[in-house]
Ligand binder design. Structure first.
Ligand SMILES: C[S@@+](CC[C@H](N)C(=O)[O-])C[C@H]1O[C@@H](n2cnc3c(N)ncnc32)[C@H](O)[C@@H]1O
Length: 207
């Protein structure tokens, strides 16, 4: 067995809803988190027992289901620009048995964050990092996401390695992802690292 197959074996099995979303994401090219990233964000959520989780980028609700199943006391506010994805996420979250704790808002994640009170969230999961498309938007999104966290809250971002394209910063996406990583690295209120799983998961805790 390869190490990759062994790591896959070590993950919790997907139930029928998650397995269907994994098949649909592969068939329809929907960029959901890998099972390894899903298992890790769920473990981190379980550790901190969140009341409020904020997600930027719902897609079809896959990562939201993992996060909400991690802790029964958690509520999720998740922002998704695409109306049909948001509608399908609401159906999927309901089918997974967590729909009553999920609030999927069809809006831009930055505008959504602007509407939340500072210090109100225990965990922010940024899954639109490689879609922000300007350094200014990355900086604005970073400040809002950091400030919406309570002390001790977790700031997570997927695609922090941007498929290995970061070293030369040659694309706009790579420059934006690098800018996020830089902001996280130098912020004195955050203790952070990047884990090389999936496309890279940035993990930071706010003091
Ligand atoms: C990587 S996918 C999210 C995957 C999801 N978190 C999961 O793992 O199941 C990113 C999603 O964010 C949406 N999106 C991109 N930019 C956005 C923005 N600025 N605000 C809200 N949603 C956005 C896209 O339509 C896409 O569905």
């Amino acid at each position: 067995m390869t190490s990759e197959a062994y790591l896959e074996w070590a993950l919790p099995a997907s139930d029928p809803v998650l397995a269907r979303l994994e098949r649909e994401a592969a068939a329809d090219d929907i960029p959901i988190v890998t099972r390894q990233v899903a298992a890790l964000i769920s473990l981190l959520a379980k550790l901190i027992r969140p009341e409020l989780i904020v997600e930027l980028g719902t897609a079809t609700g896959y990562s939201g289901i993992w996060l909400l199943r991690a802790w029964p006391g958690a509520r999720l506010i998740s922002f998704e620009l695409d109306e049909s994805r948001a509608a399908s996420a609401r159906r999927n979250l309901a089918e997974a048995g967590v729909g009553d704790r999920a609030d999927v808002r069809t809006t831009n994640a930055i505008q959504g964050l602007e509407g939340l009170p500072p210090g109100s969230a225990d965990l922010v999961f940024n899954d639109v990092l490689n879609g922000l498309r300007s350094a200014g938007r990355v900086e604005h999104c970073f400040r809002l996401a950091r400030d919406v966290l309570k002390p001790g809250g977790l700031l997570l971002a997927d695609n922090a390695l941007e498929a290995g394209r970061l070293s030369g910063h040659e694309t706009l996406q790579a420059r934006c992802v690098h800018r996020w990583n830089e902001l996280v690295r130098v912020d004195r209120s955050l203790t952070a690292t990047i884990l090389p799983i999936g496309d890279g998961l940035s993990v930071a805790v706010r003091s």
